[in-house]
Design a protein around this ligand. Structure first.
Ligand code: BGC
Length: 508
């Protein structure tokens, strides 16, 4: 695997020397608002540790710390054929995954379906109907004319869900701008299964999983040092493996205290009490205008869905301040539309390779009809940098907190999501922040930091919502076949009439 050691973004200090006084002052103000120094990072991650603990208690706290009933890591020798369904924010993806005998191998076929924007704020029947239609199409296309036993499915449902069993999940609340009536507070599995039955689709849901748990398990399939799965995308979150004896809220279940259970932290909800995060006036507006004010405080400061909106709110504010000359005389109406800029807009600005910021200039002219002056371009670039850097540094606080809680001195962390994969310098800025929080002076075995030697490394993950979902379905069936029924709603029903009942095709 490739190491992701700190790589410094070039400084633009020289080009800022000639800025007019008012813009210079604004840049200074924005830096004061958005730059998070080492001491603050340390304080945030210490508070984070205590909030992770609190979430595991019976009383609970801001961070839900949801038990997932995914009990243990894969060995690499799981086998069988599984379907996986990923209900992401933009697309719906259906995969068929074959886990062959060879350690850590897999074959995958997949189809993507667009998730219509209207569905995200529509009604529950339309949602389940649409998903079942996509699954039906997939099966008809890939298994035309075959007589099928029910195929076991791992469903990646990336929203906070309370799970008393792995094959059920009560949606706690929608996140990432979803707002579909009649789903929150209810088990999402029965209406999903009903929609499949109505269409005669031969599928049996085996496991409902979170994308972070899938990411951790998929990455652990090929890397035995994996300890955590993170998503830095439209939303953000992490999962890690906890010892059952350390989960007081499951004490009544009589589980073996030494057993392992993946915890879906739902850390996007960190600091909903507003005790420690350095929120700006712009973060306050994002929260107030969102469909769920008061929720996902941490996520709203760092996830891809909100980065462009933060940037936009600052620009509109600068334009409206009488003492600042910013986009003077320009018609900024396109910029006034909420969520009109996405994170890729900031990525493009940060990626602008030209000294005179020509690409940033062109992006504004083409997409907004606004022609920024050279000093304005300098401010735009610096603003994108401070927003992107804050996101990476705050994200590192969560990773560091889990390391501290679990006393991990070295670890690999599997990460996925559009911000992690595409946002410029996100990986290097995160690695730099981890180094500051965890006080590293040298890398593993006394080697220099970076170049793959950092004690804790955040690495690109394997496909969590495809391979990870299949593996969790395989691990669940194995538990049922071995008679370990804790956390499974209907163990006999899970095997009855499914392809999984035949050890030859789904041996684990
Ligand atoms: C959801 C999590 C999910 C994360 C990343 C958050 O908004 O609540 O369940 O893991 O986004 O997709």
């Amino acid at each position: 695997m490739v190491g992701l050691g700190p790589k410094k973004a070039p400084s633009r200090k020289g080009s800022m020397a000639d800025l007019p006084h008012d813009l210079m002052q604004e840049i200074k103000r924005l830096e004061d608002l958005f730059v998070v120094d080492t001491n603050k990072l340390k304080a945030i991650s210490d508070h984070f540790v205590s909030e992770l603990e609190k979430g595991l208690t019976k009383e609970g706290g801001d961070i839900p710390m949801n038990p997932t009933w995914c009990m243990g890591f894969p060995t690499g020798y799981e086998t069988g054929t599984f379907l996986a369904l990923d209900m992401g924010g933009t697309n719906l993806r259906v995969c068929e995954i074959n886990l062959p005998e060879e350690k850590g191998e897999f074959d995958i076929i997949q189809s993507k379906y667009r998730m219509p924007e209207e569905l995200k704020t529509g009604n529950a029947d339309e949602l389940w109907g649409y998903i079942a239609d996509c699954l039906q199409q997939f099966i008809e296309y890939h298994h035309e004319g075959e007589k099928l036993d029910k195929l076991p499915l791992g469903f990646t449902f990336s929203y906070p869900a309370t799970q008393e069993y792995i094959d059920h999940g009560v949606l706690q609340r929608w996140t990432k701008g979803f707002d579909i009536d009649g789903v929150e507070g209810k088990d999402v599995v029965p209406p999903f299964e009903k929609a499949l039955e109505e269409r005669g689709v031969p599928i049996k849901l085996t496991a409902l999983i979170n994308d972070t748990t899938g990411t951790m398990i998929a990455s652990a399939y090929t890397d035995s040092e994996m300890r955590m799965g993170c998503i830095f995308g439209t939303g953000c979150n992490a999962a890690y493996m906890e010892t059952c004896g350390n989960i007081p809220k499951l004490a009544h279940m009589g589980l073996n205290p030494d057993d392992q259970m993946a915890i879906n932290c739902e850390w996007g909800a960190f600091d909903n009490e507003h005790k420690i995060l350095p929120r700006t006036q712009y973060d306050v507006i994002i929260d107030k205008e969102s469909p769920r004010p008061g929720q996902q405080t941490f996520e709203k400061m760092i996830a891809g869905l909100y980065l462009g909106e933060l940037f936009r709110l600052v620009l509109v504010d600068l334009h409206e301040q009488p003492q600042v000359k910013f986009f003077e005389g320009a018609d900024i109406s396109p910029l006034k539309k909420p969520y009109s800029l996405d994170a890729s807009f900031l990525s493009d600005i940060e990626n602008d390779p030209y000294e005179n910021l020509q690409e940033t200039h062109d992006i504004f002219v083409n997409q907004m009809g606004i022609k920024p002056t050279r000093p304005e371009l300098e401010l735009l670039r610096r603003l994108a940098e401070v927003i992107g850097t804050r996101a990476a540094r705050l994200s590192a606080c969560g990773v560091a907190a889990i390391c501290k809680k679990k006393n991990l001195k070295t670890a690999h962390v599997g990460a996925d999501g559009s911000v992690f994969n595409k946002y410029p310098h996100f990986k290097a800025r995160g690695a730099q922040a981890l180094k500051e929080i965890l006080d590293w002076e040298t890398g593993r075995d006394g080697k220099p930091l970076g170049k793959g030697h950092d004690p804790v490394e955040i690495l690109p993950a394997e496909d969590g919502s495809g391979v990870g979902a299949a593996l969790i379905a395989a691990l669940t069936l194995k538990r049922v076949q071995e008679g370990h029924h804790a956390g499974i709603r209907d163990p006999q029903g899970m095997l009855k009439g499914t392809a999984a009942a035949k050890p030859a095709s789904n041996q684990v």
